[in-house]
Design a protein around this ligand. Structure first.
Ligand SMILES: Nc1ncnc2c1ncn2[C@@H]1O[C@H](COP(=O)(O)OP(=O)(O)OP(=O)(O)O)[C@@H](O)[C@H]1O
Length: 252
């Protein structure tokens, strides 16, 4: 077990929704520096809503979010990005008509001395995702799904964020590509980056994560280490059923 870093994100009593419809209710948890923190739960549990509220896309109806001790509740998404928290939404949201190189450069938006740091940071991203280095002049729309996901992560890394919110990076990807993307997320912890990972692939998410939580109907059901979550009977029954059955079959 890795030693725990300092408390980096503190979510307290956070509630938010759309219009008058509440979605997440009284959510409390903390994430430490360098952790990969998994957020799992069924469809519509409120995982994306939670990420959007942390990154400032949605305003909470109550509660607070602190980032490295600073209360960022109610800040604009741009200000939160500048403070080191970058949200990669589900579906990657890349620009058709912009190349890989242009997307990476765009990742430096508003970064001081961006011309000076561009080369070095691009090299670091290419070191993590060599395929992007081979496709610098390709337009985003001609990339495969896996390459698009790598570009979305690479673009976020150009800012050298402290925290990455990653929403369903595996969606629509072949298993072998998912493994590659997850392997990179695993390498990010060596750089002391903190990641909050929303994932439907609960087994893989928990294999990667240090800690995490399970959401149900907008509330936290369990929060703990990845090992504790994997052993949780409710989680096993609800989300790991196939894996448990598979293990059983293998024993027989
Ligand atoms: N823009 C929106 N306007 C109104 N309701 C929304 C909006 N986005 C999500 N919801 C509702 O909020 C609830 C939680 O959705 P959310 O996307 O946060 O869940 P989720 O756990 O991320 O689910 P999924 O894994 O299916 O993406 C759902 O009932 C959903 O219909």
């Amino acid at each position: 077990m890795r030693t725990q870093g300092e408390e980096l994100i503190t979510v307290s009593g956070l509630s938010a929704g759309y219009g008058t419809v509440p979605v997440i209710r009284s959510v409390d948890f903390t994430v430490h520096t360098g952790e990969i923190f998994a957020v799992v739960g069924g469809n519509g549990a409120g995982k994306t809503t939670l990420l959007s509220t942390i990154s400032g896309l949605l305003h909470p109806t109550s509660g607070s979010v602190r980032l490295a001790g600073t209360d960022i509740t109610g800040w604009s998404p741009e200000r939160i990005v500048a403070h080191g928290l970058v949200h990669i939404p589900e579906g990657r949201r890349l620009f058709t008509g912009l190349t890989v190189a242009e997307h990476l450069r765009l990742g430096l938006w508003n970064v001081p001395n961006r011309r000076k740091v561009e080369r070095e940071r691009t090299d670091r991203v290419v070191d993590l995702f060599p395929v992007l280095g081979e496709r610098m002049d390709a337009y985003a729309e001609v990339l495969s799904g896996g390459e698009q996901q790598m570009l979305a992560i690479g673009q976020a890394l150009m800012r050298e964020p402290r925290v990455l919110l990653l929403d369903e990076p595996s969606i629509g990807l072949a298993p072998v590509i998912i493994q590659r993307v997850f392997a990179v997320v695993d390498r990010l912890r060596e750089q002391n980056l903190t990641v909050i990972l929303v994932e439907q692939r609960v087994n893989q998410a928990l294999a990667l994560a240090d800690r995490g939580l399970v959401m149900r109907h907008g509330r936290i059901e369990v929060v703990g280490t990845a090992a504790e979550l994997a052993e949780d009977p409710v989680l096993r029954a609800a989300y790991l059923g196939a894996a448990v059955a598979g293990e059983q079959r293998n024993k027989e």
